[in-house]
Design a protein around this ligand. Structure first.
Ligand code: FAD
Length: 313
């Protein structure tokens, strides 16, 4: 408790780990506090093929490399914890944990990322883990030889659908529009896969089953026709929600609950910066999270230099 870190980073995803690498390499004493598994959404991604300089790799491997890199430079990482309180006003920032520990620092980078957006339809919560999943990497293997639905039409949905064909016998992509939001190469790859079929302009309406998921109902939007389908599993890739609930009233958030930052990743509170999927921005990728983390870390270094100079230290 006595130590005052130069920097505390909240979140050990691509953004937080990148900020950790830069800051600890710049000899700033740096602590990362992370709620879940180190690596964040990278760990949920079967394969990452678009991270420059790294040939197609498993998401968890890229996360592991970033973690080791940060640790080698002296960055401390504490994970599987729950933050209870933030006191970020003033020169010394205080972050309290549910277990009673408190950590202090001169600057903070918020990088809590996001989580998959649920469909919020009947049965979704009840069958979470027994047929409904948000992670092909984590759960794909359970559906070897079985029939699954992938919900969504963006890059994650189409790429994870292709990844699921390693396991599943058949993958049906159900998408609400008549076109996809994914990049063309992802669409082409999915269309070329003989195990994948498509149901367009359709939304799932409910999940049913006895103990495990057995059936879904869906609505064809143009006609309003409701049909049902026997299914073993449903993987949902329908967008994301920022993990910023606890930051309401602490830093300025947008209408979509994303953290508002300037081009230097500064938030509305002096000495508090933010990076990655949690900020207001258009494209959410590992590369963009890494870039945000880098910028935030460089801004922290500048902020600390200025505050030290103004204090005449
Ligand atoms: C299925 C899927 C496939 C994807 N495929 C690709 C791809 O192929 N290529 C690509 O570039 N991008 C891909 N992405 C997007 C990419 O993974 C994300 O944009 C990027 O990883 C975001 O990094 P981040 O550090 O901002 O957030 P996250 O990865 O979400 O990390 C945030 C971390 O903060 C922790 N955290 C959350 N709340 C708190 C809290 N209150 N206190 C402490 N810690 C907290 C979380 O546990 C997590 O570890 C994919 C995403 C998904 C879901």
């Amino acid at each position: 408790m006595d130590e005052i870190f130069d920097l505390i980073i909240v979140g050990a995803g691509a953004a937080g780990l990148s900020a950790g690498i830069y800051s600890s390499r710049a000899r700033l004493s740096t602590l990362i506090l992370n709620e879940g598994a180190v690596g964040g959404q990278m760990v949920l991604t079967e394969e990452i093929a678009n991270y420059p300089g790294v040939e197609t790799t498993k998401g968890y491997m890229l996360a592991n490399t970033m973690k080791n890199q940060a640790k080698e430079f002296g960055c401390k990482i504490k994970s599987n914890l729950k933050i209870k309180s933030y006191n970020l006003e003033g020169e010394i920032k205080h972050i309290g944990l549910e277990d009673g520990r408190e950590f202090r620092s001169r600057a903070v980078i918020l990088a809590p990322g996001g989580r998959p957006r649920p469909l919020s339809i009947p049965g979704e919560d009840a069958f979470r883990g027994t047929g409904v999943s948000y992670c092909a990497t984590c759960d794909g293997d359970f559906f070897t030889g079985k029939q699954v639905i992938v919900v969504g039409g963006g890059n994650s949905a189409l790429e994870e659908a292709v990844a699921l064909t390693q396991y599943a016998g058949k993958v049906t992509i159900v998408h609400q529009f008549d076109h996809f939001q994914a990049f063309q190469h992802a669409v082409d790859q999915a269309k070329a896969n003989p195990k994948i079929r498509f149901i367009m302009e359709t939304e799932l309406r409910s999940f049913t089953g006895k103990g495990v998921l057995e059936e879904v109902s869906m609505e064809h939007l143009p006609s309003g026709e409701i049909s049902s389908m026997k299914i073993d599993g449903v993987f949902i890739f329908a967008g994301y929600m920022p993990n910023t609930e606890d930051l309401e009233g602490i830093v300025k958030l947008s209408d979509r609950k994303e953290i508002v930052v300037d081009e230097g990743m500064k938030t509305s509170v002096p000495g508090v910066f933010a990076a990655g999927d949690c900020i207001v921005k258009r494209y959410r990728q590992v590369t963009t999270a890494v870039a945000d983390g880098t910028i935030a870390s460089l801004s922290v270094a500048e902020y600390l230099r200025q505050t030290t100079m103004s204090q005449g230290i």
